[in-house]
Design a protein around this ligand. Sequence first.
Ligand code: BES
Ligand code: MN
Ligand code: ZN
Length: 524
Amino acid sequence: MRFFAAIAFMAATALTPALAARPIGFAEQAPAGGALVVALASEAELASRGESIDAATREAIARALRSAEFDYAPGSSMTLRGVGPWSQLVVVGTGAEPLDAAALQDIGGTAAAETSGNDGPVALLAKGLAPSTADAAVQLGVGASLGGYSFDRYRYADPAKKRAPGKVAPLTIVTADAGAAKARFEREGEPLAEAVAFVRDLISEPANAVYPESFVARTREAFAGVGGVEIEVLDVAAMERLGLGSILSVGKGSARPPRMMIVHYRGQGAPAAPIVLAGKGITFDSGGISLKPGNGMWEMKTDMSGAAAVVGTALSLAKAGAPVNVVAIAALAENMPGGSASRPGDVVKAGNGKTIEIINTDAEGRLVLADALSLAEARYDPAAIIDIATLTGSVVGALGAEYAGLLSRHDALADQLLAAGDATGEDVWRLPLHPSYAKDVKSDIADIKNSGTGAPGAGYGAHFIGFFVDPATPWAHLDIAGTAWNDAAEPTVPQGAAGYGVRLLDRFVRDFRPVPRGEGKGGY
Ligand code: BES
Ligand code: MN
Ligand code: ZN
């Protein structure tokens, strides 16, 4: 009997790397062949969710699950080969808790990762997984799209094996009301998943491919044909005219000139006051004259993750036609130790006239953001400003890869970011912004210095950036130095560029409730 030939193995955390992203489809009936994925909380669910599987095969699956002592925990999975008509049969554990959006995305992600080596079509049985079938199917689709991501453009492609982009077999989510699920996925899910993939591509690219001008070019390409969007790019001459001496000082040591890119998306029926999202876009951070050690320096190609996240968020919202008003500012520069680089001790002037003593040229993220936020304050009357940056090693020490650091003077704004983190699974943890940091970054000769003298490095970085924002403006800072790059694969975040921040900020902007202006007192 064929089920005796089944081989089972557990793969709780180890995910096979993906080869190419599959298109996501929806259908009401399970296909008769290919790979099949069943998400289960218990063996008992096999009968209902797996109703399209014949009884003998269901029994074979149940035996394999029992003999492997499969525990159905979230994130667990088991692959069987040689059962029924399927080339591969994957059981994904869901756990017994009700499934929220993030949990559904994880199931989709695990399904995609576990079947990534399979060249044929994949079906995921989703009937009855969550009360709202269309919602659940959309989240599964987003998760499958995110979890199936891989960056393989620089790998040798064996012509015999290569799956041409148009020829990749789809991952089909089997659900009641497939038509409604498909429509909702295309409207809401796909723009988000595509934006995350765009961001991961930008981050994964080496710094000889992505530098300020090419970052701009790729962004223009991604937004081509998307309505309601205006893109403005400030070159060196334009930034000189505006007095953006802080970002210019960071870019000076590189042969690649800096840029300030502003992507404004205004949806139909959007509020008049925009939410400004400003991202640190250091396309490579060598440290400059305060040169970093060589070990691990390559990872500093990811130092533009904040800029990628804000542009990606605008892309997701714009492609979805969300009724929001959002300005994404990408502060782009390469931090290099060339002959015209800034020196430690140099004094520069930001766009709002405040002067900065550069104590350490490796504290460059806050320098580019000082000008981005000065510009935001001068040009817009923002409902809120959020900046996002791979800013400090300090936040990695405090929060590791699990949480982004959140620092804000405005509790009502911070709470909305915490809620968006909960809802999306892109977690944030609030850190203090103590008024005493002001004395630690006091300069002897300028208005502020770019590096403090004590230990709370993430706090100093946030304080410095906040110095360039009107204290009345609702503002929050996200330090993503620990979350931007994933060392080990997770269901919706393959190893490598996480694309962290797009899901978080997309949710935050959609759910935003205006925060009263006024001197922020929170966060201490
Ligand atoms: N880009 C780095 C921060 C970073 C560290 C990002 C590790 C990702 C992983 C940033 O520009 C930096 O160099 N920060 C310094 C600041 C210091 C010189 C005040 C740091 O954190 O050591
Ligand atoms: Mn640095
Ligand atoms: Zn940096």
